[in-house]
Design a protein around this ligand. Structure first.
Ligand SMILES: CC(=O)SCCNC(=O)CCNC(=O)[C@H](O)C(C)(C)COP(=O)(O)OP(=O)(O)OC[C@H]1O[C@@H](n2cnc3c(N)ncnc32)[C@H](O)[C@@H]1OP(=O)(O)O
Length: 436
């Protein structure tokens, strides 16, 4: 059992999420085609500052992340400071924790406040799958280096003649685990098999996610936390996430062919998150600083935890490992929570984690605990849908979830919410937030 955590400053002030904002999320190569993540990050942070009347000099630090990094802008956080009219003296650094990146940036800002080094900051993340660092083959990369050392035409020819036509082809980044080579979709297939998650169950969860996300948009629940985006060539604006199916029909899901294990698989384009472009950010302050400046925070961080497991099998189980630690640290049990959002990387991964939350056997064998974390009450679970519907611009998902959760808790009259995500590298994140 993890010891209780006190997420406060040394003076006992809580760590407040004052406000949050995101761009609409767009499927790869659609509205944000050609817009790099750094520009998406600038867009959202700029709007966050303006909407909430933030004098940029109040922001002591920006911590931001991007999973698929662009070599020309390795410190996206600093580019956001320089590109949004913030004081050039604002400290900024970037973090990466795969799909849990903006949980990490939020925690970094929180920990700086807990240490007493800052009083206000901005955390978030952005990713673009449309503008990604297209590389060259290893053989071509080596040849290009060798060429720089050659002096005569003969030496140059000796290097070039070793290259075949296929060595000249561009190499796009893979959504795959570096050390195993397995794609995230392959891992979702593993999890469906290990935990006996049927295709029908996966499709049902995906349909639920789309239906709830569509209802949330139609009910106006997202309009304050999602900005309208204008991107080149400025042919109209993007007002809503463009992956959500407003006419989601379960029958349509069954027709799709598996996307990864094409012969025996069950993971399809409909029950997986799409490749997505987008950005999100939260404005954070110590409770004292927020009150001094006249802000009413959306809520506070109560606890958080990160976990790590092996990457060869079922590595997207992070929520099942990180959640019990975050609950212990908050001094809570699953039943105490008002709401839960689990990032849906894939329906198979989400359903496997739901099962393992409730499994005493898993708790004993994998977590070294006496009993299960608990049975998830589906009336509290992903009540506005999750990443299968909204999409998943990797680094932006954490702060999307934090803002959405706190706004929904506010609408329901308050309470506490668990946010949890799996991430590549076998990592997991869990955070408990609460309203006043
Ligand atoms: C920790 C983590 O988060 S790990 C997760 C990291 N993320 C990933 O790994 C991304 C996983 N997703 C992917 O790689 C891609 O989205 C894929 C491979 C699954 C699918 O890619 P694509 O084939 O390009 O998807 P696309 O959007 O074109 O959809 C394929 C078809 O399914 C259809 N479809 C998609 N969703 C639905 C749905 N909900 N209902 C009915 N049909 C649907 C589309 O309309 C399309 O039909 P069409 O071919 O007739 O036009």
């Amino acid at each position: 059992m993890a010891t209780k955590q006190s997420v406060t400053t040394r003076e006992g002030d809580r760590i407040a999420i004052v406000a949050g904002l995101r761009t609409p999320f767009a499927k790869m190569a659609t509205y944000f085609h050609g817009v790099p993540a750094v520009d998406l990050g600038k867009m959202v942070v700029n709007e966050l500052l303006v909407r909430h009347g933030v004098d940029p000099t109040w922001v002591d630090q920006v911590v931001y992340g991007q999973v698929v990094q662009m070599p020309e802008a390795p410190n996206i956080a600093r580019e956001i400071v320089l590109g949004t009219g913030m004081s050039v003296h604002t400290d900024a650094y970037s973090v990466s924790r795969a799909c849990a990146t903006s949980f990490q940036s939020t925690v970094n800002i929180a920990e700086s406040m807990m240490a007493g080094t800052i009083q206000a900051g901005i955390a978030g993340g952005a990713d673009s799958t449309s503008v990604s660092p297209i590389g060259v083959s290893k053989k071509l990369a080596r040849a290009l280096v060798d060429l720089q050392k050659t002096k005569t035409m003969g030496q140059k020819w000796a290097v070039l003649k070793k290259l075949g036509l296929k060595d000249l082809l561009p190499v796009p980044p893979a959504v795959a685990e570096y050390s195993t080579g397995l794609s995230m979709g392959d891992t979702a297939e593993q999890m469906a098999k290990t935990h006996q998650i049927s295709r029908q169950e996966q499709d049902k969860l995906a349909h639920r996610s789309h239906s709830l996300a569509a209802e949330s948009w139609e009910a106006g629940k997202l309009s304050d936390e999602v900005m309208t985006a204008y991107a080149e060539p400025f042919k109209g604006a993007l007002e809503r996430d463009n992956n959500i199916r407003y006419d989601s029909q379960l029958e349509g899901y069954a027709k799709l062919r598996p996307a990864f294990d094409k012969k025996h698989g069950s993971v399809t384009a409909a029950n997986a998150t799409p490749l997505t472009d987008g950005a999100s950010a939260v404005l954070m302050m110590t409770e004292k600083r927020a009150k001094e400046l006249g802000y009413t925070p959306l809520g506070y961080i109560k606890s958080y935890a990160f976990s790590a497991i092996d990457v060869w099998e079922d590595m997207l189980m992070g929520p099942s490992y990180a959640t019990p630690i975050a609950l212990d640290r908050a001094g809570m049990s699953l039943n105490d929570l008002t709401l839960i959002e689990m990032h849906e990387a894939f329906a198979a991964q989400t359903l496997a984690n739901i099962k393992m939350f409730a499994s005493d056997k898993f708790a004993k064998e994998k977590l070294g605990r006496d009993k299960a974390t608990g049975e998830i009450d589906m009336d509290k679970f992903n009540v506005m849908g999750s990443s299968i519907a909204y999409g998943h611009p990797f680094a932006a998902t954490g702060t999307r979830m934090i803002t959405q959760m706190l706004n929904e808790l506010q609408r329901r009259g308050g309470g506490s919410g668990l946010l949890t995500a799996c991430a590549a590298g076998g990592l997991g994140a869990a955070m408990i937030v609460e309203t006043e």
